[in-house]
Design a protein around this ligand. Sequence first.
Ligand code: NAD
Length: 280
Amino acid sequence: MPQIIDGKAISAQIKDEVKEKVSQLKEQGISVCLAVIQVGNDPASSVYVGNKKKACAYVGIESLSYELAEETTQEELLSLIRELNQKEEVNGILVQLPLPGHIDENAVIGAIDPRKDVDGFHPQSVGTLCIGQPGFVSCTPAGIIELLKRSGVKIAGKECVVIGRSNIVGKPMALLLLRENGTVTVAHSKTENLKEVTARADILIVAVGKPRMITAEYVKEGAVVIDVGIHRNENNKLCGDVDYEDVAPVCSAITPVPGGVGPMTIAMLMYNCANSVSLQ
Ligand code: NAD
């Protein structure tokens, strides 16, 4: 049977490390504060925002909550961001996505001071990741690197295939694997012969956004498989982009859904918040 990579345990370990760091900062008279902005009351977003605030409370980071009405204008939101950019006591600014259709997400992300961009979505953060300079890294891919390292998976020199090229998962994931000296291929919706491409992977990262699409036929014997997807199946149970039952017997290690990549995103957000102090 493969090693089951336990995201719940690893994320708990990271949160405890952040808690320790935050408490050391407090002893030096430095407090850490995250501003969380939600526009509208999309139920899924409310759950994410609630979980982020809970994690802040656990690690000792203060959270400021801005719950704005659905009809908030782009200018009103930008003006709040500019105000928070100026506030010295605010270390991180997080705008929960997706935003209502009348607001341009890129304009909003671009307005956040890159020194407070704890989600790592600002073009400057993506640029620093690309050229290997210090900066914030998008939380989900950063969490996947931690999962691999803390599970003893060697990345350097390995064939890494990422399925998906989104700005928040696929692209930063590929850059991070490259930074760890992996040999990286990015597959996407226009890739031809996907199975041949993925069959080369020693490490296969699946962020395709299609429930249980990746079956054993896509996976090399002994590969490490990381499943980023989150969906509800026909019985309302959570499942990933990987057909877990089919793939687990052929791989050497795999992340489950739930309890794999999911819990890592918030843990790395806490890590970014604690780290923001040294970038400011
Ligand atoms: P997305 O829809 O933005 O991107 C999907 C990518 O898959 C695209 O780049 C597309 O080119 C590629 N793709 C689509 N169909 C394909 C096919 N048939 N063959 C090959 N490539 C194909 O999704 P995303 O935002 O990157 O998220 C991916 C998945 O991860 C989703 O299920 C999402 O819910 C989940 N997710 C989880 C977390 C977490 O914290 N665990 C965070 C972000 C996203």
